[in-house]
Design a protein around this ligand. Structure first.
Ligand code: GLA
Length: 381
């Protein structure tokens, strides 16, 4: 039964139905909260949410994935043991903080984005509800407002100090394009990303990452510490975006070795991303792919957010000539690797990697192809 049918069965009202996609990121990892650049795309896995007003103060939620219901009073938002409700209450709270009055609603949601796989199912859910509330209550907010509301919901209510990438691409994604986002100015540019002979393939370690785990927030603090120390010498700098590698190296001895590694990674990653965009403009996917492999090395050795299973998947493809590039993707500590693979060898490589991965880790690999689709939209039924 689809989400709309489920809604009709539960609430017997005609709902508004919204979809919001998952995302991949080609290159530019852990750069968004350092005011750097990212290169994500929204893909054909999505969250679907059906909603209508109920003219009370109560919000009635049903998660089709968890087969669980939950109701809360719109004037009394608080955390319970049902973590999936945080993303929705977080969005409601942000509307309220902006002085935008919403009344109660009924809502059913679910989709096919694997959870904990680093594909940003949480951002998709936040963006779905933000988009839907804006429509339902005719607030006339623009897309950037919806992105910021969704990101703040995650920062404040959920408590993950994530950057803006996931929510931005979930709303702004464009079919067959990747988006280069300057996370400082929020300027963006689309690049066509559709090739006859190459596809995006995701290998899911099946190790559930938990971004809320303290490591993500720790990385942020480490980068901020680096900036704080360098600021003594260069008061005009605001983030690692403003520093180049030579300048960083001049102060290597004053930085704790961990902080140094974190800063080195972020500065190098922004450079790599810009080179990758040049490569895209020249249709040079070989160079693009090499840069992805370099990013993985940086995430593994300097930023230290990889894990045994992710490294194993990269080792298994790095000598395959039909794999142009591969790296771990997203926050890290589990989730997926993203691979650019020649179409005619996807099947053979996937099978090989699957078998080896299972032999080495005892885990069953999940494989998805990433088709680039449009960002959040209303589903016209
Ligand atoms: C998570 C966060 C993003 C970004 C990535 C790492 O997906 O939500 O903001 O920081 O990790 O690049």
């Amino acid at each position: 039964m689809n989400i709309k049918e489920k809604f009709l069965e539960k609430f017997n009202q005609e709902p508004l139905v919204v979809r919001s996609p998952a995302r991949v990121n080609m290159i530019g990892e852990h750069t968004d909260y350092n005011e750097g650049f990212v290169l994500p795309a929204s893909i054909d896995k999505e969250m679907i949410l059906a909603i209508s007003k109920n003219n009370q103060n109560i919000c009635n939620l049903y998660s089709d994935d968890f087969k669980e219901s939950f109701s809360f009073n719109i004037n009394d938002l608080k955390k319970t043991d049902k973590v999936w409700t945080y993303y929705l209450m977080g969005v409601v709270e942000q509307f309220q903080k902006l002085g935008l009055k919403i009344s109660g609603f009924n809502c059913v949601f679910g989709g096919n984005i694997p959870m904990g796989a680093g594909l940003s199912s949480s951002a998709a859910l936040e963006c779905c509800l933000a988009f839907a509330l804006n429509e339902l209550f005719s607030f006339d907010l623009d897309k950037i407002d919806l992105v910021k509301i969704s990101q703040k919901a995650e920062n404040d209510f959920v408590g993950v100090k994530c950057g803006i990438m996931d929510q931005f691409i979930s709303i702004f994604g464009k079919k067959n394009h990747v988006l280069k986002l300057d996370c400082r100015t929020l300027d963006y540019k689309y690049y066509p990303f559709e090739f006859d002979d190459i596809k995006i393939v995701l290998f899911d370690t099946q190790v559930k990452h938990s971004l809320a785990s303290s490591e993500y927030n720790t990385r942020r603090i480490e980068c901020e510490k680096g900036v704080e120390i360098l600021k003594k010498y260069y008061p005009q700098i605001n983030s690692l975006r403003d520093i180049d590698l030579n300048t960083l190296n001049k102060h290597k001895n004053e930085l704790d070795s961990i902080i140094y590694k974190r800063c080195k990674y972020v500065i190098s990653e922004n450079l790599r991303l810009n080179n990758a965009c040049d490569a895209l403009e020249n249709n040079d996917l070989n160079t693009f792919g090499k840069l992805m492999f370099e990013t993985h090395e940086g995430l593994k050795n300097d930023y230290e957010v990889s894990c045994f299973e992710l490294d194993c998947l990269i080792d298994l493809v790095k000598n395959e000539k039909n794999v142009l590039g591969a790296r771990m993707m997203g926050g890290g500590f589990g989730g997926c690797t993203i691979n650019l693979i020649k179409i005619n060898s996807i099947q053979e490589i996937s099978q090989k990697v699957s078998e080896q991965y299972n032999k080495i880790t005892g885990k069953k690999l999940e494989i998805y192809t990433g088709i680039i689709e449009n960002g959040t939209s209303i589903i016209q039924l």
